[in-house]
Design a protein around this ligand. Structure first.
Ligand code: TUI
Length: 312
């Protein structure tokens, strides 16, 4: 499926991997890019030196395009922005904030800039500042989320901007990709399905939580603090939601989740850790290779979209 996004990024399939903290390591990013999608290194809260090492490892593993996600709340975001320029990274995606202050330096270095947005207002602002595309991410997503659903957000962003729009949130099969295309998206970004891929370095316990999850198994914590985060429900989310309803202090709440994602990804503690995943976890039933995922989902979407004009 050739689209404005496959052309812009020089990739085979209109499939982008979400830039996930702790999960988006060089192993996963290289596997998704090798499969013909766009693999993304997830900087999360990592230091700039780690990001540089990951970039170099991806370059050794594949000649295909890849990207780096900058989580804008990272205290080393400035240094990471510079590493991206120094290492001539082809694509950058951003999350959890407004990347305006870095746009000029990235554009001048020839980096394609694709911010994640959760509203029409930010999408328009990003277009004005020179973004090459935007990722419209619905509240179905895992991790740090906005309020609006993918179904409502994507067509409104598509109508508001002239740059290509990538849909994210609640997509994990060819039907979801086809649906996103019908809403006007030119590609999709998926996270949860790649967390549960063979090449993902997350603990088996984490992958099992996704494979075993049902439709209603995710919970959103932190709505009261202004930092809503979606995870698969466990002791930690239960405790957090209880404390939140009792009006606990920010300090008490943060204490519960501090280092929680690392705990779940690296240590496999899926009881006290943060098992970030999207609502579509209930549909992910097996662990597959990135190649099987990218090729299989693309073929299914292409089949469904045959005879339509959405990817002309
Ligand atoms: O960034 C994400 N998802 C994430 S980041 C993350 S790391 C983390 N770990 C623990 C606690 C909190 C975060 C885990 N998941 N998705 C992209 C995304 N960006 N979703 C929503 C937004 C967003 C929200 C508000 C983007 C911009 C924004 O406002 C910008 C502004 O200043 O107007």
């Amino acid at each position: 499926m050739k689209t404005a996004i496959t052309e812009l990024l020089g990739i085979e399939y209109p499939i982008i991997q979400g830039g996930m903290a702790w999960v988006g390591t060089h192993e996963l990013a290289a596997a998704v890019s090798e499969a013909g999608g766009l693999g993304i290194i997830g900087s999360g809260g990592a230091p700039a030196s780690w990001v540089r090492e990951q970039i170099q490892a991806v370059k050794e593993a594949t000649d295909k395009p890849f990207g780096v996600n900058v989580m804008l709340m990272n205290p080393e975001a400035d240094q990471i922005a510079q590493v991206i320029v120094d290492e001539k990274v082809p694509v950058v995606t951003t999350g959890a904030g407004n990347p305006e202050k870095y746009m000029k330096m990235w554009q001048e270095a020839g980096v394609k800039v694709i911010p994640v947005v959760a509203s029409v207002a930010l999408a328009k602002r990003m277009e004005r500042t020179g973004a090459d595309a935007v990722i419209a991410e619905g509240t179905e997503s895992g991790g740090h989320i906005g309020e609006t659903t993918t179904m409502a957000l994507v067509p409104q962003v598509v109508d508001a901007v002239s740059i290509p729009v990538i849909a994210a949130g609640g997509i994990a099969d060819g039907r979801g990709i086809a649906a996103a295309f019908m809403l006007g998206a030119k590609a999709v970004q998926m996270g949860t399905i790649f967390v549960a891929s063979e090449e993902s370095i997350v603990s088996d316990a984490y992958k099992n939580k996704i494979v075993k999850a049902k439709d209603i198994d995710t919970k959103v914590t932190g709505r009261s603090t202004g930092h809503p985060v979606r995870c698969i429900r466990n002791k930690q989310t239960q405790e957090y939601l209880r404390l939140e309803s009792e009006g606990a202090t920010l300090e008490e709440l943060e204490h519960l989740t501090l280092g929680g994602l690392r705990k779940a990804v690296v240590e496999g503690d899926v009881i006290n850790g943060s098992v970030m995943a999207g609502q579509i976890a209930g549909m992910v039933k097996e662990v597959r290779s990135c190649k099987e995922i990218v090729e299989g989902l693309n073929a299914q979407a292409e089949d469904l979209l045959k005879g339509t004009k959405v990817y002309e």
